[in-house]
Each structure stands twice: as structure tokens, then as C-alpha cells.
Design a binder for this molecule. Structure first.
Ligand SMILES: [Mn+2]
Length: 319
């Protein structure tokens, strides 16, 4: 937990009902009771290798700053922790991903809900190493799935980078003889070549295009999400900020021309969380992550603000 990050306005006269996140978040200490653990992944290496615009290593800190002033509406008393950052050392992406996986596995073993703050989308391969270890223990890996809000499939073959994490997850599951269940929301035809679509089909991926994720098609989008969520017992929820239009999320490595409008995407996220009974008995969402926030490309902080709202919507139901 970085000193000086979690601070802001204090409405002392309003007592407990006037609190904001910066007054709630506490550093994660060993042996702390189960709660929500914010864990940063400060890494540019995946985006650098993928020839994208660099800057995601500053994402976790910018996200904390966006979260600090948000109003706290918790009623359950669930603790909210800052578990610090995993930092990529030099070009050692694989080492950083392994460290992230180990931290995630440890958090899950202690009963925490990991809310990961990226970092490039290579965060998803690191987090999967932790979730898969936990789900192998409790038997849910056989009915595991990923929902990814993203303009891109991120199913590329080849050396690991920010465009390969779900291919790596596919291969890891295949090596165990397990199915790959992957729903990608917001795919842009203009941003994925026919070869990448063919790869997605070969992997058994399912997806909805950006133009399908509009209010006149709300019911169809919900049906697709319901069918997917109902087909799994455990979910990794990944939100790549380039799923949003460049006007709403300019601070990413590859801004989207069209994207999913924030109100639609956040409503869909809410629908998905409810269908997965997030925060209730038998919740399927094991972990969530927000990827690709690059504050140096986000001069007025709007991308961080939107990313913070995604985190807020995922976490609020647990607090
Ligand atoms: Mn992505």
C-alpha cells in the first residue's frame, strides 16, 4: 500500500455514513479476515512486446487515485484491502505473471476476492495461474470460463504479450484435457483480421461484436450472457478498457473507434454479475481484473474515472 494514495475529502460531521473509499481501505496484513483485496499489476512489458502504446505500468496507482474519493455504501462490513503491486522487473514478463499468479492463489486460499488493477492485458495470464490453482483444488476448473470485455480476442499465438493471454489459458486448459469457455464482448471487426477470427473459431471462443452491444439488442445480449454464465461454475471477469470508445477511454494502448458505450457496458456488467450471483450464495465470479489503463495517455483522467467505476460496480456488491 503506497502511503499518500488513499486520502481525500472527509465529511467528519456525517460520521460513518459520510465515508469514502479512502477511509475504508486498509493495508492487507497477514492473517487478515476475508475481504476484497485490490492488487496492482504494474507492467508495460506485455504491451511493449505487442507493439502497443506504453503506459499501463502506471495504471494501478491511477486507479487507486480514482477509487479513493468514491462514496462508500457498504452494509456488510466486508473489509476492503490494498494488497500492493506486483511489479514487472525489466523485461521479465513471465516472472511478473508467475508472481501475480502466486499472490492470487494465496489471496483465494485466504478467502479474499482479488480485484486486480492493471497493467497490460497480460495480467489475465498471470491471474489465471492463480485462479486455476485454486479451482483445481476445489474441482471447479472443469467448468471454468472467462468473460472478457474487449475489442480484441487476445488469442494470438507466439511469444507471450498483451495480445496472447487467452490463448495461453486455452492451451493450459487443453493440456489438462479441459474445455476452453471464453465469451468476448465488444469484438471490433475492424480490429481483428480474418486470421484472428479463424483462430477464435478454432479455439471454440464465443463473442458479440461491438455493433451488437447496443440498446435495441439488449435482450439478445443478455440471453448470450445468461447462456454462458449458466454453462460455468467459476468465472474470471476481465475488462480491457479498449472495449470502450476512444472518447470515453483514450488512455489505453489501442483506443477503439466504436467500442461499447459506457452506460451499455456497465449495465451489461451489472446483468452478468447478477446472473453469476456475485456477492451471494454460490457466487461464480472468482476474480475480476481491469486492464490497459495508461495514465500518461489519459491527460484529464477520464479513462481512470471509468475504470474506477468498473471496479466500483464489481466490488460494491461485496462490501
Ligand atoms: Mn485486451
Amino acid at each position: 500500500m503506497t502511503t499518500g494514495t488513499w486520502q481525500g475529502r472527509i465529511d467528519a460531521a456525517d460520521g460513518d455514513s459520510g465515508r469514502r473509499w479512502h477511509q475504508i481501505v486498509q493495508p492487507l496484513e497477514p492473517g487478515a479476515p476475508p475481504g476484497v483485496a485490490l492488487l496492482g499489476f504494474a507492467c508495460d512489458e506485455g504491451v511493449r512486446r505487442n507493439q502497443g502504446r506504453i503506459g499501463a505500468s502506471g495504471g494501478p496507482q491511477a486507479l487507486r487515485r480514482a477509487l479513493a474519493p468514491l462514496a462508500y455504501h457498504g452494509s456488510r462490513g466486508t473489509p476492503l484491502y490494498d494488497a500492493g503491486d506486483i511489479e514487472c522487473q525489466g523485461e521479465d514478463l513471465e516472472g511478473a505473471q508467475r508472481s501475480l499468479g502466486a499472490r492470487v492463489a494465496a489471496l483465494l486460499a485466504r478467502g479474499h476476492f482479488p480485484m486486480l488493477l492493471g497493467g497490460g492485458h497480460e495480467i489475465a495470464w498471470g491471474s489465471f495461474q492463480g485462479t486455476s490453482a485454486a479451482l483445481e483444488r476445489d474441482g471447479r476448473l472443469a467448468r471454468f470460463g472467462v468473460v472478457n470485455f474487449d475489442a480484441h480476442f487476445d488469442l494470438r499465438r507466439g511469444p507471450a504479450n498483451s495480445g496472447t493471454p487467452f490463448r495461453q489459458i486455452h492451451d493450459a486448459l487443453a493440456a489438462r484435457g479441459l474445455p476452453f469457455r471464453y465469451l468476448c464482448l465488444g469484438i471490433a471487426r475492424a480490429a481483428n483480421t480474418p486470421a484472428l477470427f479463424a483462430t477464435a473459431r478454432d479455439c471454440g471462443a464465443t463473442w458479440l461484436h461491438d455493433e451488437e452491444l447496443v440498446w435495441p439488442r439488449w435482450d439478445a445480449a443478455c440471453r448470450a450472457i445468461d447462456a454462458f454464465v449458466d454453462s460455468v461454475d467459476a468465472l474470471q471477469l476481465s475488462v480491457c478498457l479498449d472495449a470502450f470508445p476512444a472518447g470515453a477511454a483514450p488512455g489505453v494502448s489501442a483506443p477503439a473507434a466504436r467500442g461499447i458505450a459506457p452506460d451499455f457496458a456497465l449495465s451489461l456488467l451489472g446483468h452478468l454479475l447478477a446472473r453469476a450471483r456475485h456477492g451471494g450464495k454460490g457466487s461464480k465470479v472468482v476474480l475480476a481484473e481491469v486492464a490497459e489503463l495508461a495514465p500518461c495517455l489519459d491527460p484529464d483522467g477520464r479513462t481512470a474515472r471509468l475504470a474506477g467505476r468498473v471496479v466500483y460496480d464489481v466490488v460494491s456488491g461485496l462490501l
